[in-house]
Ligand binder design. Structure first.
Ligand code: FAD
Length: 456
């Protein structure tokens, strides 16, 4: 890479957890002369999709003990939380679970401190959508929706979770994070949620907070609900051999034996899964591609519900709703949706059933989660792909990147990425304990790359 002007900023695109922490870590890793430009299209910085919610019932899915923003200060969030008087923090035998909005405040405070720290401000906020990175010399001209452009030495793409393709197609489809846009919900017609994972759990809480007292039907291919956290310690990661990693069935057999051993020792599967966390990336990268594809086809729903667990109060709410009959969780698939007056007519085929089931619902909430790069309507990603600066990651999940987090594409450049966009490359990269490490590593790699360029 050619040399670069030592005063040009590094841009960070997206100010959710990934971008906020990448920017904070870059301020430490880069020389004082190099500013950081943090760009966010939403109103608030330091929130992202996960921590923008004001609803107290939307709890963190991880214990407060695992949510520090800094890998070298594991109790940082717990200590911050202890100083807060806000209601809604749930202390359970399985750990403390804070509202996600409160976590957003923690991040916003960290960002504010980073902006005001030191003498000359080095962290600049751009409240606009980035629409393009136009290669210019060794860096880019960063274009924004509002019009202003910025010369930057390089960029870190922290655009987060990709939105789905907008399915299922219906006039009555509603974004679960923007329920208020639907207006009044009537109690006499049910509401359909597509997906039965953590977003469904949040959506049920949002619907009730919104005043909806009617019936909710949630459907997914297997109808699996996320498991609940319990007071279990992580077990040491098993010492996996090359043979264990040669095939999914051998690996599964090995993990089942670990679970049996945990049960015998008075622990349970949670300790085994939590113990796998530090080596999940390694497992993912070691499995042959055909075995990774098999995992995505057959095991992913089971992995997701065991790995991404709910806080006990949220799980209790869902169990109560099911027991009362106000929430029905179905395994099956949607065959057709026909929009009619004031309702959508949905035909479902329940799993294992020989006949369809028909439902008239007033709205359909898509809680299926993350979309594929090939289907993304995101203008920035589409332009970067067209320019050859990025390309889809393995299995179309997120973006392709090297072990140094540098985005890979036919053209390449001084562009790095982190967080959920690395899903296909790393698999275990979407939660705070993983992303906080990535932020430190990316910052160090960006600084080293610029150092090398300056020395050249
Ligand atoms: C509902 C939900 C709950 C979660 N709960 C937890 C939890 O409790 N604990 C946990 O560890 N993890 C949780 N996660 C996982 C979550 O993915 C990570 O914790 C983390 O928030 C990911 O942050 P991010 O910055 O990568 O992505 P995002 O939060 O998606 O943020 C990306 C940001 O980039 C901005 N952006 C995108 N494109 C552009 C552009 N072109 N220009 C400008 N800005 C742009 C977006 O507006 C957004 O603010 C949750 C995820 C979700 C979706």
């Amino acid at each position: 890479m050619p040399a670069t002007d030592t005063t040009l900023p590094i841009a960070v695109i997206g100010a959710g957890f990934s971008g906020t922490m990448a920017a904070i870590q870059l301020l430490s890793a880069l020389p004082q002369s190099r500013p950081v430009l943090l760009c966010e299209r939403a109103e608030a910085f330091g929130r992202g999709l996960a921590y923008a919610t004001p609803a107290p019932a939307h709890l963190l899915n991880l214990r407060a003990a695992n949510m520090s923003a800094f890998p070298d200060r594991p109790h940082h969030f717990e200590a911050w939380l202890a100083g807060q008087t806000e209601e809604g923090v749930q202390r359970t035998p399985a750990g403390t679970f804070a509202p996600r909005g409160l976590y957003g405040r923690y991040l916003a405070e960290l960002l504010q401190r980073a902006i005001t720290a030191g003498g000359v401000p080095r962290l600049h906020l751009v409240n606009d959508a980035v629409t393009d990175l136009e290669p210019a010399g060794a860096g880019y001209i960063l274009h924004t929706e509002g019009g202003p452009v910025h010369r930057v030495a390089g960029a870190v793409l922290a655009a987060g979770n990709l939105a789905g393709p907008g399915a299922p197609h219906s006039h009555y489809r509603v974004d679960p994070w923007q329920l208020e846009q639907f207006g009044r919900l009537h109690p006499h017609l049910p509401v359909l949620i597509v997906g039965t994972g953590l977003t469904m759990v949040d959506t049920v809480a949002s619907l009730r907070a919104h005043g909806f007292s009617g019936r909710i039907v949630a459907v997914s291919r297997r109808g699996l609900l996320p498991r609940v956290h319990a007071p279990v310690e992580a077990r040491p990661a098993p010492n996996l051999t090359t043979q264990d990693l040669a095939s999914l069935s051998v690996l599964l057999g090995r993990i089942r034996r670990e679970v049996a051993a945990a049960d015998a020792a008075g622990s349970d599967w949670r300790g085994v899964l939590d113990g796998l966390r530090p080596i999940t990336d390694l497992i993912w990268r070691s499995l042959p591609p055909a075995e990774r594809a098999r995992f995505l086809r057959h095991l992913r729903p089971f992995w997701d519900v065991h790995r991404h667990r709910t806080a006990p109060p949220a799980a209790r709410t869902i169990a109560d709703e099911i027991a009362r009959g106000s929430l029905e969780v179905l395994a099956g698939r949607i065959r057709t949706i026909r929009d009619a007056e004031a309702q959508a007519l949905v035909t479902l085929r329940p799993r294992g059933a020989g006949e369809d089931r028909h439902l008239a619902v007033q709205c359909i909430l898509d809680a299926t989660g993350i979309g594929l790069v090939s289907e993304t309507p995101d203008p920035l990603l589409r332009r970067l792909m067209a320019r050859g600066l990025v390309r889809p990651g393995p299995f179309g999940l997120g973006l392709d990147a090297g072990p140094d987090y540098r985005a890979l594409g036919p053209r390449g450049g001084r562009l790095w990425t982190l967080g959920p966009l690395l899903r296909g490359v790393l698999w275990e990269c979407i939660a705070v304990p993983d992303i906080r490490n990535q932020a430190v590593e990316v910052a160090a790699l960006v600084a080293a790359d610029l150092d090398r360029a300056e020395a050249a």
